[in-house]
Design a binder for this molecule. Structure first.
Ligand code: NDP
Ligand code: 8X3
Length: 252
């Protein structure tokens, strides 16, 4: 059997781009997300273009029981996961902390931190049993810096940064690699989700400069995943050339 990559949040953006890159590299894929129609479309496309097999799992990472049940339902041969890309995540809102929405905070924390933990625990134990594996966590520049009105999203990505370090320490004796990739602004559905479907506002985020595209991040993830066995990339921060930091974008 080919190597296996499990990618969470493969229905869009960076996760979908990772599915293309790992398929190109002849990995079989486990793809997850809530929008099953998109997963089916993607899997048909990958089969046609690269002749790879994809197993699709349709669950919400915030639901611990569903997450564990779906992952554990995989046949044993699909549990030999070589690479886990912990990508599912989102931001909701961009307001001063004191005006923030309790529901938005819960969703970001439940998805970006707790969802990542639920998936990682199950898959890390498979990797321990297989004595090999690589976990790649999608952090963000928001996990390295805090920008105005980023408050809870930034906190959730700072948590991913800490968990990335903690996982590496705990999984090191088992030969499992752990990497974080921290992108700056990537034009995906991210801002449409953040602004709750306001496409005009989302579009403005990427005006006046050239943002990253999802494939830029997927290729960075592939770089980390394709190093020799004795090399671990602890973390990589990848930014648009026009962005020097979280809030600092040079627009023409
Ligand atoms: P998109 O909105 O395009 O994709 C997000 C993906 O996450 C979708 O596939 C979505 O699938 C999935 N997802 C969200 N919530 C859940 C959930 N509760 N359960 C299961 N899957 C979920 O955004 P990006 O591709 O840009 O984001 C991917 C990751 O990259 C996120 O972790 C984000 O924080 C991070 N990131 C993004 C940056 C950017 O500028 N775009 C920069 C830095 C980091 P579905 O809705 O079908 O469930
Ligand atoms: C997503 C990019 O700049 O909104 O993590 O933090 S940013």
């Amino acid at each position: 059997m080919a190597k296996i990559a499990l990618i969470t949040g493969a229905t869009s953006g960076i996760g979908e781009a990772c599915a293309h890159v790992f398929a190109r590299e002849r990995y079989d894929l486990i793809l997850t997300g809530r929008r099953m129609d998109r997963l089916e479309e993607l899997s048909a496309h990958l089969k046609e273009e690269y002749n790879v097999d994809a197993t699709l799992l349709n669950f919400d990472v915030r639901d611990r029981d569903e997450t564990v049940k779906n992952l554990e339902s995989l046949p044993d041969e699909w549990k030999k996961v070589n690479v886990l890309v912990n990508n599912a995540g989102l931001s909701l809102g961009l307001e001063p902390f004191q005006q923030g929405s309790y529901d938005d905070w819960d969703t970001m924390i439940d998805t970006n931190i707790k969802g990542l933990l639920y998936v990682s625990k199950v898959v890390a134990n498979w990797m321990i049993a297989n004595k090999t594996g690589h976990i790649i966590n999608l952090g963000s520049i928001a996990g390295k810096e805090v920008y105005p009105n980023g408050n809870v999203y930034c906190a959730s990505k700072h948590a991913v940064d800490a968990l990335n370090k903690g996982m590496r320490i705990d999984l090191l004796p088992h030969g499992i690699k752990v990497t974080a990739v921290h992108p700056g602004a990537v034009e995906t559905e991210f801002s449409e989700v953040r602004f709750k479907g306001d496409k005009a506002r989302a579009k403005k985020v990427y005006e006046g400069f050239e943002p990253l595209v999802a494939a830029d991040v997927a290729e960075t993830i592939w770089f980390a995943a394709s190093r020799p066995a004795h090399v671990n990339i602890n973390e990589l921060t990848v930014m648009p050339t026009a962005q020097s930091g979280g809030a600092n974008i040079f627009r023409k």
